[in-house]
Ligand binder design. Sequence first.
Ligand code: AVJ
Length: 314
Amino acid sequence: MSEADFKLQADPQFRADVLAGLKGPRRAIPARWFYDERGSQLFDDITHLPEYYPTRTETDLLKDCRAEFAKHIPAGAAVVEFGAGSATKTPLLLEAIRPDIYIPVDISGDYLRMSAEVLAGQFPDLTIRPVEADFSQDMHLPTDKPSEARLGFFPGSTIGNFVPRSSVDLLRHMRGHLGQGAMLLIGFDRIKPVEILLPAYDDAAGVTAAFNLNLLVRINRELDGNIPVEAFSHQVQWNDREARIEMHLRCAWDVQFTVSGKEFQIQAGESIHTENSHKFDLRSLRILLRAGGWTPVAEYSDAQEWFTLVLAEA
Ligand code: AVJ
């Protein structure tokens, strides 16, 4: 395959989001584009960092409360996971629920197939139906048994990547897809002191910085860009008004570059906003769920109240 053929395969939505997002004055690119192969690897590294508490905290929580929440799930329910199955969290859930069918939905097909293969080895009786789709857009979920109840699993506080208006849309969208009698197990990262929040997104080893900067590398590779990556640096801030961590790529000097044949200029001190990670208190997460068409039935938090898993019903 020639290089030209390869570039034709660039995701048109990626191109559209990047070209729109690089236009000033407020530049922003949706966080879902972090997850190319390298980005998914770097995210996996992040989950093992000493500063990044969410994965550890949620995994321990899942271990502690799985027997409890399993009582609320009807037998034979299918599990639909939004986002690539996490190698540690998903098996914990599957062991507790023992569903016949597991439907992981993810935008990254390679990652999806890889984790599906690993799970197939661990759960030989489980029917796995991977769906390669952006779960925030329209998608089609397979129906093996039209009557089966479904449990949605949305861990990691990925909901925090969406602004409230979009998270309400997303929750309603999930409710529509999961159908009658659906339940949802969803993770929320809690508001906590900035002394803990900031290092979680700005680790000493620089893994999160590499994760953020990899977006520019991906743009250069997949969208025929020549962004001078060395002009940008990883920046993290707590936006108290919006209750969210923000990641930016801050430009150190005036730059000019092209992406997909389009010219851009960014001045020293300007930034590209690359991610929001909203944090929640109990009241705000309950209101969000209700606005999204879900009624909380059980809440599980760790002793420090750093993370909360909620089981909700449609
Ligand atoms: C998995 C999307 C929830 O916001 O904490 C981690 C992504 N970004 N470090 C998060 C992320 C930087 C993560 N989510």
